[in-house]
Design a protein around this ligand. Structure first.
Ligand code: SF4
Length: 360
């Protein structure tokens, strides 16, 4: 790991200042009210890749519906995905459901009680294992998420790739002696909160920061150059046409089994094409059916995911065109659609149409 000559030392003085700040700025979050490992696990998985403000209503809905691990283990994946709808990174919901069933069936309903045991569970990496071990069992494992990497990289002048697991491991090593000397749950929460609330990505509050005098980035005028992101891969582009086939109150839907995105969510039948076909063709070649697109698409948008750029359009298929044979679609009524989980980009459209009841 490349670290610039230190302005700041990670020592007891750092811990003291951090915890003093935390005492004054502590937020009371719903999952911190008790040391329930199940609730802490749910909150930590929701908060991966999600801001506290966005994740809190999802957490509340999730815990109201599944107040215990047993209930989550017995639920259907469709119901879990429906509660997760709109939060993105759906593998988190699938892994939660898988792990709940695993703990219920294989571990007698008991969570592992140490960091290493937690790390063995599907969907739990070093960050989540450290957070759960710290908040539920008060075990001293520092959390290193994106907020912590940014904060520590700026503070110390670390010029290593912020996404590399090696960088996370090295920062974890730097923080381990500090957490062993204090309350692990307070230290971890303080670190994450400081990174997200003060040493923020775009509007860092350097002028009110308690580490300003010793901070490498502030004193070198490099706040927004750190942390470093290397080898950003070009986003893969995909061209997706969703087709609305309707028969009375029933709509044709398919369940996704795409390994890359939205697995197990529902969608209108999909035609994926090259960019050229997407841009130039007014004829859709779908299975054994040729569809002439007459008039504008009912919805067109761009949707950006972490590794993909999606070009999306929705088209209504005239009643006169028979659906292709041998398709394993499911025909669902408008009532049934309300209980199914869709990718957020389709959900917005569907809600709008169902509200106005103007899908023809
Ligand atoms: Fe972050 Fe600015 Fe504080 Fe440095 S001075 S730790 S860049 S908020």
């Amino acid at each position: 790991m490349i670290i610039c000559p230190f302005f700041m030392q990670l020592d007891k003085g750092f811990t003291y200042q951090l915890l003093e700040w935390y005492k004054k700025n502590k937020r009371t979050l719903p999952w911190q009210k008790d040391k329930n490992v199940y609730k802490i696990w749910i909150s930590e998985i929701i908060l991966q890749q999600t801001r506290v403000e966005q994740g809190t209503p999802y957490y509340t809905r999730f815990i109201n519906r599944f107040p215990s691990l047993n209930l989550l283990a017995k639920a259907s994946l469709d119901e879990v995905l429906k509660l997760w709808e709109g939060l993105g990174y759906y593998s988190r919901a699938r892994n939660l459901h898988f792990t709940a069933k695993y703990i219920f069936n294989e571990l007698n309903g008991e969570f592992p009680r140490d960091y290493e045991g937690l790390l063995m569970l599907k969907g739990i990496g070093p960050y989540s294992a450290a957070a759960i071990a710290g908040f539920a069992y008060n075990l001293p494992h520092p959390v290193v998420d994106g907020n912590v990497v940014r904060f520590i990289a700026r503070l110390l002048g670390i010029y290593s790739d912020k996404n590399a697991s090696k960088t996370h491991t090295e920062i974890r090593k730097l923080l381990t002696p500090l957490i062993e000397d204090t309350s692990p749950s307070a230290f971890n929460q303080a670190l994450m909160d400081y990174g997200s609330l003060v040493c923020a990505p775009k509007n860092a509050k350097c002028l009110e920061c308690v580490f300003q005098e010793e901070c490498y980035a502030f004193n070198s005028n490099k706040v927004y150059q750190l942390p470093i992101k290397k080898n950003a891969k070009k986003k893969n582009e995909r061209y997706l046409t969703f087709m609305i086939w309707r028969r009375g109150d029933m709509f044709a839907l398919e369940k996704r089994d795409d390994k890359e995105i939205w697995k197990s969510l529902y969608q209108f039948p999909l035609l994926q094409t090259s960019r050229e076909q997407f841009e130039s063709k007014k004829t859709l070649d779908y299975e054994d059916v040729k569809i002439e697109v007459d008039g504008p698409f009912v919805f067109e948008t761009k949707h950006i995911l972490s590794h993909q750029k999606l070009f999306i359009r929705i088209v209504r298929i005239p009643q006169s065109i028979e659906p292709p044979k041998n398709k394993s679609w499911k025909w669902k009524s408008t009532e049934e659609i309300k209980d199914l989980a869709f990718p957020v980009v389709l959900k917005k459209y569907i809600e709008q149409e169902l509200k106005g009841n103007n899908i023809d």
